[in-house]
Design a protein around this ligand. Sequence first.
Ligand code: CDP
Length: 222
Amino acid sequence: MAGPAVVVAVDGPVAAGKGTLARRLAGHFGLAYLDTGTLYRAVGLKLLIQGADPEDPALALAAARAIGAGDLSAPALRDEATGMAASKIAAMPQVRAALLDYQRRFAAAPPAGGRGAVLDGRDIGTIVCPHAQAKLFVTARPEVRAHRRYRELVARSRAAGTAGAQVSEAEVLADLLLRDAGDRERIVAPLTPAADAYLLDTSDLDIEGAFAAARAFVESKL
Ligand code: CDP
C-alpha cells in the first residue's frame, strides 16, 4: 500500500512569491498544487458580485459552503478588491472551518492519484497540515512585495487589453500592509510561521535563487 501523501506547506504574507515558488516546487517534485488563497478570494468575490457586505458572517458562510471548482478560475479573483474582501471573510471562524475540509482532502488524496501536494496559504503549516513533511515561510520586505504585486497587476491588465493597473503602487502597498495586519492579528489561524518552518526571505533573491533555496530545503526533508 502507498504511504501517506507527501505534503509541502508554503505560507507567508501578501505577495511574498508563495504561488510562484509553490507551483515550481510542485512541478519539480511531481506533486499536485493548491493555492488556498483562491478559495478565500472566491468567497470574497461571490459576495462582491452579489453586492453583499463582506463583513456579514451569515452571507460569508453561505458563500463559503457554496464554493465549487467552477468558482476558482475567474480573472477577477486576482483583483485588489477581491483580495481585501478575502481578508475580511478569512477572519471568520465559520468560514475557515467550511473551507478546511476541502484543503485537507486535497492534501490527503491529491487529484490524479499523485504522491502528494504543495499547498500555499497562511495557515497550512500551523492548522491545515501541521504534519507536513516540509514547511516554508516565505517573506520579503513590504516595499519589495508591493512592487512585485504592482508589476503583476500592470501585466495582467495589459494582457486583458486595458490601459494599465487600476491602482497605484502606493495603494498596493497600503492594501498589502492592511491585509497583512488583519491576517496576523486575527484570532483564528493568524499568519505566523510554524515552529518548524524554514524562513525564506526573498527580498534580495530572484525567482531562480528563491527556488534553489526552497528546493534544497524540501529535498532535505523528503
Ligand atoms: O496572493 P496573495 O498573497 O495576495 O493572497 P492570497 O494567498 O490569494 O490570499 C488572499 C487572502 O486570503 C489573504 O489575505 C488571507 O486573508 C486569506 N487566506 C487565509 O486566510 N488563509 C489561507 N490559507 C489563504 C488565504
